[in-house]
Design a protein around this ligand. Structure first.
Ligand code: F6P
Length: 568
């Protein structure tokens, strides 16, 4: 099969890049002010300005041609039709079914999956309501005050990110914690001040075999039983308040049933762990872990924000799905964002993508997008197994503005690397924090938001620096080359629906890039090797007798050092 790099569309872009490499955004913006109107996309509630990119109409035409050549349209249709486009795992890729309306029909293996999705959602909503109203009681009859989600990767990052993002909509008299790391310090800190009688654990794991999650869930169960005094459990060092109430003749099983629910595709493993499968919320193998927080994996989020707000979020996802499915590429936001990424990663050698949300509530967005993007497109063979001959997924990183401005923006402005960045901002804040004289935080935040993309694009020339009277020895140091490309995404406010649109937009962006790079964006074999080695090394760390180590010299020496330090 022809590689994408062998197509005329790729060659035309490579040639065009030669012409564009010397073009400065300062000139593009000055010579064609209309580009600020033209190079924009309205998608649902998201307004996107991509006029601060090193592109012309011709660049975009060539990029859209590349998308056509790569078969993006055909693959969009295949995904929405439930075709098994996850070839290595022989699975459909249907996160879009999680937010499809009840009357939609999406067939997998001869069955319409939509009714099942809505049935689980109804059960989730009932459960969430019971917990929120206090109708759901712990083993001693007390209502739940804290929900602890135990999961990792897609079973943690999504709900954790979305809980932070939508905190303003959450039930404030309840607390929500997310434990993911197998580092016992994570669990110990999470449990430190909790009362087991008022704590509910949601064990979220697609496979229910992930060692970190099962280890953490086992620790949590022992803590609970020891705390309630109904089991021999060995509690972690973290303590808990003495008075947990009266457990009466509640047995271990009943206590676990009142304090543990599971979210998984694996009923057998959930039962084996000891969670009543009546308290299990199911999802399906056609939902990838990193695409799953709008499935039952979002249960903790639903308890936090309630069923209605969760539905509003799903509606936002669906709106973006429809935009993506039906809009011509020229006005299709995920397609445009994907192509801009391809332009820099493949034709300018840019290696990273900065995600810079100007909202404190989006503090975990880039961590979430790291998994979405890097686990999806961090691949080096194409869908048929050949080594690719082009760069694939970028390194994704970032933190909320304005914090980053006082940390690493220096490198973006004046370093030697080209770092495209997505700036995400909101017209209205959740809290209109202001001073007595009316001075508002949000105006200053947004002034920074606009200032940064302007500074990155235009820079500051030597002449401007000289004209500003800068002393001679500082001149070179205070020049800003500019020409740094940015996308500006603005929505009116960070609501559940807007969050859904934003996340779906990035999901589809990653999809389009994967299609153009011809990689399978839906498997993650790259995490397996380290996992299996850890399973082998763990017994070697704890063995009473000196184990025979057959690793490389470095690993053997490190293991010996650890054993010695632990007195083994
Ligand atoms: O190891 C990677 C991974 O499989 C991710 O893709 C996934 O999100 C995470 O582990 C957690 O998996 P699970 O939900 O099955 O516990």
């Amino acid at each position: 099969m022809t590689r994408i790099t062998e197509t005329p569309a790729w060659a035309a872009l490579a040639e065009h890049q030669q012409a564009m490499s010397g073009v400065h955004l300062r000139d593009l913006l000055a010579d064609d002010p209309q580009r600020a109107q033209r190079l924009t996309v309205d998608a649902g509630a998201l307004f996107t300005d991509y006029s601060k990119h090193r592109v012309t109409d011709e660049t975009m035409r060539l990029l859209f041609e590349l998308a056509e050549t790569a078969g993006v349209r055909r693959m969009i249709d295949a995904m929405f039709a439930g075709e098994k486009i996850n070839l290595t795992e022989d699975r459909a890729v249907l996160h879009i079914a999680l937010r499809a309306p009840a009357d939609a029909t999406i067939i997998v293996d001869g069955e319409n999956v939509v009714p099942g999705v809505h049935a689980v959602k109804r059960r989730m909503a009932e459960f969430a309501e019971q917990v929120r109203t206090g109708e759901w009681r712990g083993a001693t009859g007390r209502p739940i005050r804290t929900v602890v989600n135990i999961g990792i990767g897609g079973s943690d990052l999504g709900p954790a990110m979305a809980y932070d993002a939508l905190r303003a909509f959450s039930k404030r008299d309840m607390a929500f914690r997310f434990v993911s790391n197998v580092d016992g310090d994570d669990m110990a800190e999470a449990l430190l001040d909790l009362d087991p009688a008022e704590t509910l654990f949601i064990v979220a794991s697609k496979t229910f075999t992930t060692v970190e999650t099962i280890t953490n869930a086992t620790t949590a169960r022992e803590w609970l039983l020891a705390g309630l005094g109904v089991g021999p459990g060995s509690s972690p060092e973290a303590g808990y308040p003495g008075d947990v109430g009266d457990v009466g003749d509640v047995g271990e099983g009943d206590a676990v049933a009142r304090h543990f629910v599971a979210v998984s595709t694996n009923t057998a493993k959930v039962a084996e762990f000891g969670i009543d499968t009546a308290n299990m919320f199911e999802f399906w193998d056609w939902v990838g872990g990193r695409y799953s927080y709008d499935s039952a994996i979002g249960l903790s989020l639903m308890v936090a924000i309630g069923g209605l707000a969760f539905d509003e979020m799903l509606h936002g996802f669906h709106e973006m799905d429809e935009h993506f499915r039906t809009t011509p590429f020229e006005r299709n936001l995920p397609v445009v964002m994907a192509l801009l990424g391809i332009w820099y990663h493949n034709f300018f050698g840019a290696e990273t993508l900065a995600i810079l949300p100007y909202s404190q509530y989006l503090g975990r967005l880039s961590a979430y997008l790291q998994q979405l993007d890097m686990e999806s497109n961090g691949k080096s063979v194409d869908r048929s197994g050949r080594r690719v001959d082009h760069a694939t997924g970028p390194v994704v990183w970032g933190t909320p503005g304005t914090n980053g401005q006082h940390a690493y923006y220096q490198l973006i402005h004046q370093g030697t690397r080209l770092i495209p960045a997505d700036f995400i901002g909101f017209l209205a804040p959740q809290h209109d924090t202001r001073h007595a004289d009316g001075y508002r935080h949000h105006d200053l935040l947004m002034a920074n938001f606009f200032a940064q993309t302007e500074a990155l694009a235009l820079g500051r020339t030597r002449d401007e620096v000289v004209a500003a009277g800068v002393p001679g020895h500082q001149i070179a140091h205070r020049v800003f080359e500019g020409n740094h490309p940015t996308t500006t995404i603005i929505a009116s406010q960070l609501t559940p629906g807007v969050l859904g649109q934003l996340i779906a937009c990035y999901e589809h962006k990653v999809f389009v890039q994967g299609v153009i790079w011809d990689v399978n964006s839906f498997d993650q074999w790259g995490v397996e090797l380290g996992k299996s080695l850890a399973v082998r090394i763990e017994p070697e760390l704890v063995a009473a007798d000196e184990p025979v180590l057959t690793h490389d010299a470095s690993t053997n020496a490190l293991i010996r050092r650890y054993r010695a330090a632990r007195g083994r």
